[in-house]
Design a binder for this molecule. Structure first.
Ligand SMILES: [Zn+2]
Length: 355
């Protein structure tokens, strides 16, 4: 009987311990301010903002794709509405159009337009992978970010003390055969989109062409602060990313849509990397919401992603994810590191976000 009672007490204290541990973790999630530094909100519906406020998040929404000003304007329309309604919660980046590239006044017009976007409230500029992977010049050569025509625009952005969010290139998996890819989401995506699967297009610029062009841009514009989207397309190896962070003090990266690439690398190595570069990493999801989406579902999904990522960074739980085969373990980062990657770095690298 005594033994049974002891056993019962032990089970009770274990359950209480787990309960307290869960509360502590939830308390941390809800008690520290956080910023999702990479989302795409293309609706005036404020449901997702309300979700962010509830989860103690602010959002940085990014206009993307350079093919048409009309498409950019549509995105900025929503950003402006939400930024005016929620100036403490929603911040945004503009981008510029490649329409009329090659005309003598193209650069001047882009600069005038960026000036106007900054006045309207944009706090950063995005460049997307269509520079380097889609647009070609009159001789059919791919237009890389190192093309001299971009230089005055990048200098202008730097002179305005605005950061550049650069999604240049793709994950290295894009240049590998499907069965060599390291995460399931890349494998599924490129199986469905052979047109974007660079392994099948050896006539396009290589992975290292993309990385070299980005690095060259960083070297030529040391006063431009650059946030490399998606771990700066160096998601596959923290050592390679560390080399660039060492070499370019004007470079930071967001982790959006690439956290799964941390989860397939050596845990201790990734953990040490994050601790060493704790001032250069910004949390982000790359989550998007469009006008006709089911808002309730979109909010639930984003909320769940935020909780799952929080578990990965803040606990040492054994975890699974559809993107990764097998188990991986959470990183259990110190609260001071969590505060940096979730909040302080975004405020430092995107100074338009008010602390
Ligand atoms: Zn994105």
């Amino acid at each position: 009987m005594k033994k049974l009672l002891m056993c019962f007490c032990w089970a009770l204290s274990l359950a209480a311990g787990i309960f307290l541990q869960n509360c502590q973790q939830k308390l941390d999630f809800y008690s520290i301010p956080k910023i999702d530094a990479h989302v795409h909100i293309r609706t005036a519906d404020s449901a997702i903002i309300q979700q962010a406020i509830q989860d103690y998040f602010r959002l940085f929404t990014i206009a993307t794709r350079s093919a048409s000003q009309e498409n950019i304007d549509r995105q900025l329309h929503f950003s402006n509405i939400l930024n005016q309604r929620f100036p403490e919660t929603l911040f945004y980046a503009t981008t510029f159009s490649m329409e009329n590239w090659g005309q003598p006044d193209w650069q001047e017009k882009v600069i005038q337009r960026l000036k106007q976007d900054f006045q309207n409230g944009a706090i950063a500029v995005k460049v997307w992978k269509d520079i380097g992977m889609t647009f070609r010049d009159a001789d059919s050569n791919f237009i890389m970010i190192t093309h001299p025509s971009f230089a005055p625009i990048l200098d202008f952005i730097a002179s305005q003390k605005k950061p550049l969010v650069a999604h240049l290139g793709e994950p290295r998996n894009c240049w590998l055969p499907l069965d060599s890819m390291t995460v399931n989401n890349d494998r599924n995506y490129f199986a469905r989109h052979p047109e974007y699967h660079m392994y099948l297009h050896p006539d396009y610029p290589s992975y290292s062409d993309q990385i070299d062009a980005r690095d060259e841009m960083l070297a030529r514009h040391p006063n431009l602060r650059v946030i490399g989207a998606h771990l700066g397309s160096l998601e596959w190896n923290v050592d390679e990313l560390a080399k660039r962070l060492d070499k370019f003090p004007n470079f930071a990266v967001d982790m959006s849509a690439r956290i799964c690439h941390f989860q397939v690398q050596d845990r201790e190595k990734v953990r040490n990397f994050i601790i060493k570069y704790q001032d250069r990493l910004l949390y982000g999801t790359d989550d998007g919401v469009n006008e006709n989406d089911n808002m309730e579902k979109a909010c639930q999904q984003l909320h769940q992603t935020w909780l799952d990522d929080w578990d990965y960074f803040s606990t040492d739980k054994e975890m699974t994810s559809s993107k990764v085969n097998g188990y991986f373990k959470g990183l259990k980062l110190d609260i001071n590191v969590l505060r940096k990657i979730y909040y302080e770095n975004a405020v430092a690298w995107l100074p338009g976000i008010k602390k």
